[in-house]
Design a protein around this ligand. Structure first.
Ligand SMILES: *[C@@H]1O[C@H](CO)[C@@H](O)[C@H](O)[C@H]1NC(C)=O
Ligand SMILES: *[C@@H]1O[C@H](CO)[C@@H](O)[C@H](O)[C@H]1NC(C)=O
Ligand SMILES: *[C@@H]1O[C@H](CO)[C@@H](O)[C@H](O)[C@H]1NC(C)=O
Ligand SMILES: *[C@@H]1O[C@H](CO)[C@@H](O)[C@H](O)[C@H]1NC(C)=O
Ligand SMILES: *[C@@H]1O[C@H](CO)[C@@H](O)[C@H](O)[C@H]1NC(C)=O
Ligand SMILES: *[C@@H]1O[C@H](CO)[C@@H](O)[C@H](O)[C@H]1NC(C)=O
Ligand SMILES: *[C@@H]1O[C@H](CO)[C@@H](O)[C@H](O)[C@H]1NC(C)=O
Ligand SMILES: *[C@@H]1O[C@H](CO)[C@@H](O)[C@H](O)[C@H]1NC(C)=O
Ligand SMILES: *[C@@H]1O[C@H](CO)[C@@H](O)[C@H](O)[C@H]1NC(C)=O
Ligand SMILES: *[C@@H]1O[C@H](CO)[C@@H](O)[C@H](O)[C@H]1NC(C)=O
Ligand SMILES: *[C@@H]1O[C@H](CO)[C@@H](O)[C@H](O)[C@H]1NC(C)=O
Ligand SMILES: *[C@@H]1O[C@H](CO)[C@@H](O)[C@H](O)[C@H]1NC(C)=O
Length: 826
């Protein structure tokens, strides 16, 4: 029962009377909950674990329980909201594994440790991505953000006046058929994304069809397989929001023939009150004609080879004014379309890979500039200068990478775009100096100018107020001069990539900072001693191809998180420190930690397996020590052999002497070992043959002696040049026979294989494939992730009505990706 006091008076009384109770108020302000509904909630609680989340579900009055809301007057439970925002990723990537569909939070496509199969794929991916992001534990320990698990009790159906039911993101929860909701006839909003729905037929939809008041329905990623081809009677007439994305519907659509062919059931289209014919690969104005209040238009496909084509008349004036436009991999070019030029209210624009050639009309930009917050024109062939006069006061993200933009970066960019957080102008034809102004953009977070023709010196006005700047990537330009010491003021700088420029001088010691996790200065003319002051959080230190001299600092042995140490091609002298065993990240895969910055993928070229490989997303998984091409002396410290997770070890082209450490076979992840062109002597340790992942070995031009060991992995490395230039080596695969071999005629490689009954080709393939090393080997353990993105998705989404969104998201199954990963290439 509800008292009819004026609230203001009531509050006033409470405040002024302080501790006094409202004697005149005979009824409690709060209603008591209805017994049968309490019972239903108790049953619900009993069916799920961890109940920790429901720990407030105690006492008689269920209206006070967390997530429960009752009607003030009747006391009926009207809302039940136990959503799990932590598990509620709306944007996923698709990939396939074991016939299962596994949505994956986008841009976190890493897997840090072999995935446990007992976890739900969502949790698994989420957990592994979180591991790499460095904050595990919190979300999966049964706390408030954890997913409920268990089964939804049918008693839930007793909450007959429920209008809102939100269980979204509880990916460990399941339900039979949705029977539990079919009697909730007042239901207006049903959110169950992530909850597993065990169904055999399209019965789940029949249950939904009993809810005539339903306004919003979200069942993304519910493992729905069956979609009825027809419905005799559709009573979901009020539906405004429908999200059925990321379900493995068996009514799949092969995008290679026809993007929107008739296999999408008609009733789905009825629901959207749109789009009577089915969609085809071509979008014409007729389809968009009546959408007068369309505000948000999202159309993306990953099918680059078969993009959707916009075929509208040149002079078509659309009836709508869009605010959000997201077109990706659709064909709207080559000319910048006129119908877009009249869209004056845009705030969020993504035209990524839409095949626009030529220039962007400046009138259009000036029309939308004041309200624009997000502009992404990447992956087109857009020419022309960047706008030098237009002010974009609200733009936080500007993505123009991979185009043909030329001319200089506006010298007053901090005035034109004061709100910029993310600026990516990489892979264009920009030239001129990097304006000082860039160092005045206060909240700049990520700056990527990679692969342009920028010249001059780096701006030297970085300052402490730029606390948000975390990534600076200016690699592959023509920048000269010194690295400005003011960069040291950037207190949160994590990734600094200045490789392949013309920089000279020493690395300023002001860069000594705990925040830097990756420094790539390779391919410059930097000189002086190596920066011994580098702090211990660094993950990649790449200084190859410079003019550094002096010795490798012993202090670096504190770099516990170092995974990539590339000092190749410098003038370093002295011996290799005997404390490399302190590089713990190269010892134990559990210490592998992500240094990835969300939305930014660092790329680096690493010399491995005899050639350069570009690593980007997988860079986190690379472990490498490359000291080749210096003047290092002394022996190979035996401590190096404790780096059991090291993938690449390259000491070639130095003056190392002594012998190869006997227990080199301990380095069981090693896939590349290059000790060539040194002065190593003594025998090749037999343990070398136990390096199962070794695919690239070079011991040539040393003074090694004795018999080349054989067996296991070494059987696959039959190239005699591996051992060339060691006059005292003998045995296969060298033509030199070892003393005493003539008589016994020791086993040849093919003999071994034949004896073991193995198919030679198969064995080589097998070794080569495991030998692809950690990166690939790792992926195949995880079995999924980005390498097997054989499911791509396409969704389209319409919003009609000013406030009432109609959204239709259907994940479409597209042709199987023929491209398989490196395993086959090798
Ligand atoms: C209202 O009832 C709740 C229990 O349902 C109780 O905790 C609270 O003290 C009561 N308030 C008043 C003002 O009586
Ligand atoms: C029910 O109570 C809440 C505050 O507890 C109030 O905001 C709401 O307006 C009330 N509803 C009705 C229908 O009186
Ligand atoms: C449930 O609560 C969350 C916040 O915890 C909110 O974002 C969501 O909109 C609510 N769901 C419904 C259906 O109101
Ligand atoms: C799904 O439902 C069927 C019966 O409808 C039952 O046999 C099966 O065990 C259920 N599966 C799960 C995972 O609950
Ligand atoms: C909705 O449609 C189904 C047929 O699919 C019908 O059996 C049911 O009675 C209808 N429900 C309401 C509330 O109209
Ligand atoms: C959907 O609409 C078509 C015509 O637009 C109509 O023939 C059909 O009966 C409708 N289907 C349902 C289930 O309402
Ligand atoms: C647009 O609306 C007109 C008039 O209401 C109607 O005749 C026409 O069929 C509609 N076109 C589409 C594509 O829905
Ligand atoms: C910017 O947005 C506001 C509010 O949406 C709108 O009133 C105004 O007309 C827009 N300005 C321009 C130039 O489109
Ligand atoms: C855009 O910036 C202007 C001026 O700074 C401001 O008044 C306006 O509110 C901003 N608009 C939006 C949509 O943020
Ligand atoms: C390193 O090079 C500088 C010149 O660039 C030279 O002055 C210095 O002596 C060299 N140091 C060593 C140890 O070779
Ligand atoms: C990174 O992406 C997330 C979500 O996709 C977004 O919320 C965040 O603002 C982005 N950060 C930057 C710097 O763009
Ligand atoms: C190679 O080693 C042998 C002894 O094992 C030694 O006699 C010879 O001088 C060495 N040759 C070179 C070039 O160091």
């Amino acid at each position: 029962m509800m008292i009819n006091y004026n609230h203001t008076v009531f509050v006033f009384l409470l405040l002024s009377l302080g501790i006094f109770k409202l004697g005149s108020c005979s009824n409690n302000m709060t209603v008591k909950c209805i017994k049968s509904e309490r019972e239903a909630l108790v049953r619900f609680k009993e069916g799920v674990i961890p109940a920790g989340k429901l720990s407030s579900w105690l006492g008689e009055d269920c209206c006070h329980w967390k997530g429960v809301e009752c009607d003030n007057e009747s006391g009926h439970v009207t809302k039940l909201n136990l959503s799990n925002p932590a598990g509620r990723h709306r944007h996923f990537d698709y990939y396939e594994s074991n016939e299962r569909y596994q949505p994956l939070p986008a841009s976190r496509e890493f897997c840090a440790s072999p995935c446990s199969t007992s976890l739900h794929p969502w949790e698994r991916n989420y957990r592994s991505s979180r591991t790499l992001l460095g904050d595990v534990n919190s979300s999966f320990s049964g706390d408030d953000n954890a997913s409920l698990s268990g089964e939804i009790t049918p008693y839930l159906g007793n909450l007959s006046r429920l209008t809102h039911l939100d269980l979204e993101g509880n990916y460990n929860l399941s339900t039979q058929n949705l029977d539990c909701v079919s009697s909730l006839s007042s239901l207006q909003k049903l959110y169950m994304g992530g909850v597993k729905i065990n169904h055999t037929e399209a019965d789940w939809l029949h249950a939904i069809n009993m809810l005539p008041s339903l306004l919003e329905l979200s069942l993304f990623s519910c493992e729905l397989k069956h979609l009825p081809s027809s419905l005799t009677f559709l009573n979901l007439t009020s539906l405004r929001v429908l999200d059925l994305s990321y379900n493995p519907f068996n009514t799949s659509i092969d995008l290679s023939y026809n993007p929107f062919n008739t296999s999408i059931p008609q009733w789905l289209f009825n629901l959207t009150s749109l789009t009577k014919n089915s969609w085809e690969g071509v979008i014409t104005e007729a389809r968009l004609m009546n959408l007068t209040r369309l505000e948000e238009f999202v159309l993306t496909t990953n099918n680059k080879s078969q993009p959707l084509v916009f075929n509208v008349k040149d002079d078509w004036r659309p009836p709508f004014k869009l605010k959000i436009l997201h077109l990706e991999s659709c064909l709207i070019g080559p000319k910048f379309p006129k119908w877009l030029q009249v869209q004056s209210e845009l705030t969020y624009v993504i035209l990524n890979s839409v095949q626009i050639k030529g220039t962007i009309p400046e009138e259009w930009l000036s029309m939308i500039s004041s309200n624009l917050t997000h502009l992404d024109l990447s992956n087109n062939q857009i020419k022309g200068n960047l706008p030098h006069q237009l002010v974009f006061p609200n733009v936080t993200k500007l993505f123009l990478q991979r185009n043909l933009f030329s001319g200089p970066i506006p010298s007053n960019i901090s005035v034109l775009m004061p709100s910029l957080q993310y600026l990516d102008l990489s892979e264009n034809l920009l030239h001129g100096k990097i304006p000082l102004s860039i160092s005045k953009i206060k909240h700049l977070n990520i700056l990527v100018l990679r692969r342009n023709n920028l010249s001059g010196e780096l701006p030297d006005h970085w300052n402490k107020s730029q606390m948000d700047l975390r990534v600076v990537d200016i690699s592959y330009n023509n920048i000269c001069g010194k690295i400005p010491s003011s960069m040291g003021f950037l207190g949160n700088l994590s990734i600094l990539v200045l490789s392949n420029n013309n920089l000279s001088g020493e690395i300023p010691s002001s860069l000594q900072s705990h925040s830097i996790v990756s420094m790539d200065f390779g391919g410059n003319r930097l000189s002086g001693n190596l920066p011994s002051w580098i702090e211990s959080d660094i993950f990649m230190l790449r200084l190859r191809s410079n003019l550094f001299n002096g010795t490798i600092p012993k202090r670096w042995c504190n770099l516990h998180k170092l995974q990539i140490l590339d000092l190749a091609q410098n003038n370093l002298s002295g011996s290799i420190p005997d404390c490399f065993n302190n590089f713990i990240a190269m010892v134990d895969s559990n210490t592998l930690e992500s240094k990835s910055i969300e939305n930014y993928t660092e790329e680096a070229y690493i010399m491995t397996k005899g050639s350069y490989y570009k690593y980007d997303r997988t860079l986190q998984l690379v472990t490498c020590i490359d000291l080749s091409g210096n003047s290092l002396t002394g022996g190979i410290p035996i401590q190096i052999t404790s780096l059991t997770r090291l993938g690449t070890l390259n000491f070639s082209m130095n003056h190392l002497n002594g012998s190869i450490p006997k227990n080199i076979g301990n380095m069981r992840w090693l896939e590349t070992l290059d000790l060539s062109n040194n002065r190593l002597s003594g025998p090749i340790p037999g343990s070398l043959s136990s390096l199962n992942f070794l695919v690239h070995l070079n011991l040539s031009f040393n003074n090694l002696t004795g018999r080349i060991p054989s067996g296991s992995q070494l059987q696959t490395l039959i190239d005699a040049t591996i051992y060339k230039g060691n006059p005292s080596l003998c045995g296969s695969p060298l033509p030199t026979k070892c003393p005493g071999d003539e008589a016994s005629n020791g086993p040849s490689i093919t003999d071994v294989d034949d004896k073991q009954g193995g198919d030679h080709y198969e064995r080589i393939w097998f070794y080569a494939s495991i030998g692809l090393g950690f990166v690939v080997g790792f992926w195949s353990v995880c079995g999924t992730l980005l390498l097997k993105k054989s499911w791509r998705h396409c969704y389209f989404r319409f919003c009609d009505e000013i406030k009432d969104r109609i959204a239709l998201l259907i994940a479409l199954r597209v042709v199987h990706l023929k491209r398989k990963f490196g395993l086959e290439k090798n």
